[in-house]
Design a protein around this ligand. Structure first.
Ligand code: NAP
Ligand code: GLV
Length: 312
């Protein structure tokens, strides 16, 4: 039985080696655009994918699982997936660590006003700014799942005043929990640094829009490390230009790479990173994928399985 790889071909050998290191010998096949390397479709037991073409999975009668190469599955869902075959999200301590670092870095950047210090230094100016009280800095995380809960816990350990918003209510030590559509306004009203770690679903698309931005306090900042379509780009630009939102860090975009003529690039209040908040590292991700392959072979369900109803 074989595992079929369908993502960036330049990464395939590193994935192959990382999985062999975990599982021993492995029939690893590349899903090239012409399908020439698939061999007998009945051999394919697992697919490792980012976003293959619609309906393409139907040709594998013995498929046991589709492993997504990232935490977000928006690029897989809606691809006419075969009934009854689990789609498994990537939950990997390496990915979680990377996101934690990104969120902490940008939270501290805004909290401690490091851009202003950098601007002063560039101008040869010695200027101390008032020191804000960390315990009074209100950080709000949209999404309290694997990544959001981890970032929240670490911000809490730094003594920020942290809240999170999710679909279901949470009881997390030291973190104020808001949930559901009814809880969003109160969550936004208390949030000075907004971090987005939601999955992209029909419910969350466009959530960073004019109405929700207007509910943040004046001078709030936005850090979007989830997906580009969470943001209504024109609404964000308007909120930055009218001064209601002080700054934004954007890692993800409607179109990636971000087109050269997109106004985000030149906007003085926007920091851009190239969908690099947390990259999948083959060697740590392979441990999680191999563990799930072993579970399936032992007759146990893999985890976490995407719920087709909610889309995450
Ligand atoms: P996760 O464990 O599935 O967590 C999702 C969270 O969002 C959960 O708390 C969930 O609420 C909440 N949620 C979902 N729909 C909601 C809604 N309609 N209203 C309120 N809350 C809602 O996902 P994760 O592993 O933390 O990953 C989050 C996202 O990060 C991924 O989907 C991906 O898009 C993004 N990501 C980006 C990068 C990057 O480099 N930029 C890297 C990795 C991941 P419940 O807990 O109540 O279900
Ligand atoms: C990256 O964006 C991921 O979803 O893991």
């Amino acid at each position: 039985m074989a595992l079929l790889f369908s993502a960036r071909y330049e990464d395939s050998e590193r994935w192959h080696q990382a999985l062999v290191a975990e599982l021993g010998d492995l029939d690893f096949r590349l899903w090239t655009p012409d399908g020439a390397n698939i061999g007998d479709p009945a051999d394919i037991e697992f697919v490792l994918a980012w976003g293959p073409k619609k309906g393409a999975f139907k040709e594998f009668p013995n498929l046991k699982a589709i492993f997504c190469l990232g935490a977000g599955v928006d690029h897989l869902i809606g691809r006419d997936l075969p009934d009854g075959v689990p789609v498994v999200r990537l939950v990997d301590p390496g990915l979680t660590r990377g996101m934690r670092e990104y969120v902490i870095y940008w939270t501290l950047h805004y909290h401690r006003r490091f851009k202003e210090y950098a601007d002063s230094a560039a101008a040869g100016e010695w200027r101390q700014l008032p020191q804000a009280d960390t315990r009074k800095r209100r950080v709000g995380i949209l999404g309290l799942g694997v990544l959001g809960a981890d970032a929240a816990a670490h911000l809490c350990a730094l003594e920020f005043d942290v809240a999170g918003w999710s679909r279901s209510a949470k009881a997390l030590d030291g973190i104020e929990s808001f949930h559901g559509t009814d809880g969003l306004a109160a969550f936004l009203a208390r949030t000075e640094i907004l971090v987005n770690l939601l999955p992209l679903t029909p419910e969350t698309t466009g959530i960073i829009n004019a109405e929700n931005l207007s509910q943040l306090p004046k001078g709030a900042v936005v850090i979007n490390a989830a997906r580009g379509p969470h943001v209504v780009d024109d609404d964000l630009i308007r909120a930055l230009d009218d001064g209601h939102i002080a700054a934004a860090t954007l890692d993800v975009f409607h179109t990636e790479p971000l087109p050269a003529d997109h106004p985000f690039w030149a906007h003085p209040k926007i920091n851009i990173t190239p969908h690099a908040a947390s990259l999948t590292v083959q060697e740590t991700a392979a441990v999680a994928i191999a563990d799930n392959i072993r579970r399936i072979r032992a007759g146990e369900p893999p985890a976490p399985i995407v719920d087709p109803e909610t889309g995450y």
